[in-house]
Design a protein around this ligand. Structure first.
Ligand code: UD1
Ligand code: CA
Length: 452
């Protein structure tokens, strides 16, 4: 059984009131269209066909080589949109699945069931419906006395009795390929000047054929996004779906309502997520960690048994047993090795802190390579920028950096060296040497000069 998926993504999305095409608005950190592409990849046999029109170039760019494209020159309605895909899709499969790119919460299991339902009956199409007290502008599903579907009536054309119907057209269909394409040519223009895909139901019924309807059990799956209010409803529903899945797989959430996790994030067992925590992008968190409250993490790898408290992390890496915060910030390229401790008001960027290194308070470490068991005193700054270029700081194992030390890069500090409080280090320091002062000088030399 071959299935081709057609994704409708040409509409303007006027009701979003946005410069960005509707299907590119992010949900759970990914463009809406991405969810349809994932669905299509699961149920389709060949690469899906995306119908583009409004903002076509931007949409193509986002999709890349994950689909084939058909162009709908003028947005003349959903039937016209499917028709635009004829040259690419007609005749290549037994069944054609049509979905809108604005229904991101549809599950692949449900869509597969729609295909199976169609494959096991002789009718020309099977449609997905939903029963809901909130019709949200959806087409109403009209059934005859025997309960079979006779039409879909769009809200604008519905009579008061039809408006009262609470079975709605979700906007996902599976058609017999051989029937679909010729039938599309028989759709007439609606009073609103559009060709409605939904008219195919009446066309089939007029031929004496039976239209099957699969009623979605979970209403959330059929949320169609026309406005930003719908987008936020979908975001809430998606959040609840993602959070529930993590809790079921062994993650504790103190307050799922304020826990925001992108679909792409991964979290290990027995990790606890405290309230007001946002985990975004390609973030991966290990087992037995404590994350939050009040923490935002982007694209960061976190090992096992780490504690991240009230902090902001971006494109960083934490090995096992790192403990940080409150109010710590990791920027791109920060790499904290096993057991690093980072306290309040520290910032690390493009730097490696070796195992067991401690940086308790008020420090900036940028473009540095720091060894094992180094103590970075309060207020230490790597002065890495001379106004034009960034320079590197190298600190050996077991170094003790005194409070308020300025490390004027490029500079190298040998193993077990020490700096006094307030030192401004402008030259390299040899191993096992203590320096003090501004600019910093080895302690023993000043003693010799004084004749002590
Ligand atoms: C559509 C259905 C409605 C259903 C609802 C479910 C029709 C006529 N109506 O209404 O019965 O209840 O979905 O969400 O189909 N598009 C194009 N080209 C166009 C017009 C639309 O590609 O010329 C695309 C849009 O980008 C969108 C999808 O088709 O992804 C649906 O269009 P939209 O305008 O959102 O339809 P609804 O009014 O929601
Ligand atoms: Ca819609």
């Amino acid at each position: 059984m071959k299935v081709t998926a057609v994704i409708l993504a040409a509409g303007q999305g006027t009701r979003m009131r946005s410069a960005l095409p509707k299907v590119l608005h992010p949900l759970g950190g990914r463009p809406l269209l991405q969810y349809s592409l994932d669905l299509a990849a699961k149920v389709g046999s060949a690469s899906p066909v995306v119908v583009v029109g409004h903002g076509a170039d931007q949409v193509r760019e986002t999709v890349g080589d994950k689909a084939r494209f058909a162009v709908q020159e003028q947005q003349l309605g959903t039937a016209n949109a499917v028709q635009s895909a004829a040259a690419v899709a007609a005749g290549e499969a037994d069944y054609v699945v049509v979905i809108s790119a604005d229904m991101p919460l549809l599950r692949s299991e449900t869509l597969q069931e729609l295909v199976n339902r169609q494959a096991s009956n002789d009718g020309p199409l099977t449609m997905l419906t939903v029963k809901s007290e909130n019709p949200r502008g959806f087409g109403r599903v009209v059934r005859g006395a025997d309960g079979s579907v006779t039409a879909i009536v769009e809200e604008a054309q519905a009579t008061p009795e039809q408006l009262a119907i609470r079975e709605l057209n979700a906007g996902a269909y599976c058609f017999r390929d051989a029937w679909l394409w010729p039938a599309l040519r028989r759709v007439n223009m609606s009073p609103k000047g559009e060709y409605y895909l939904t008219d195919l139901v009446e066309i089939a019924v007029a031929e004496g054929q039976v239209v099957q309807a699969l009623v979605a059990e979970d209403k959330c799956e059929t949320i169609g996004i026309n406005t930003r209010v719908h987008l936020s409803e979908a975001e809430t529903a998606l959040r609840s779906r993602i959070n529930t899945a993590w809790m079921e797989s062994g993650v504790t959430m103190i307050d799922p309502a304020t826990t925001y996790i992108d679909a792409s994030v991964q979290i290990g067992r027995d990790t606890v997520i405290w309230p007001n925590t946002c985990l975004y992008g390609e973030t991966v968190i290990g087992e037995g960690c404590e994350i939050g409250p009040n923490t935002m993490i982007h694209d960061t790898l976190i090992g096992n048994r780490c504690k991240v408290f009230a902090s902001v992390l971006e494109k960083a890496e934490l090995e096992d047993g790192v403990d940080m915060g409150p109010f710590a910030r990791l920027r791109k390229g920060a790499h904290l090795a096993e057991g690093v401790h980072m306290g309040n008001f520290g910032e690390v960027k493009d730097s490696y802190l070796g195992p067991g290194t401690k940086m308790g308070h008020f420090s900036y470490i940028g473009n540095a390579n720091i060894g094992n068991e180094v103590n970075i005193g309060a207020g230490t700054i790597t002065c890495n920028y001379d106004g034009k270029h960034k320079h590197q700081t190298e600190i050996g194992d077991h170094v003790f950096i005194g409070s308020d030390t300025m490390l004027v890069a490029p500079v190298k500090i040998g193993a077990r060296a020490r700096t006094g409080a307030g030192a401004v280090v402008t030259r390299d320091i040899a191993a096992d040497t203590t320096v003090v002062g501004v600019p910093a000088r080895p302690l023993y030399k000043s003693k010799e000069k004084d004749g002590n």
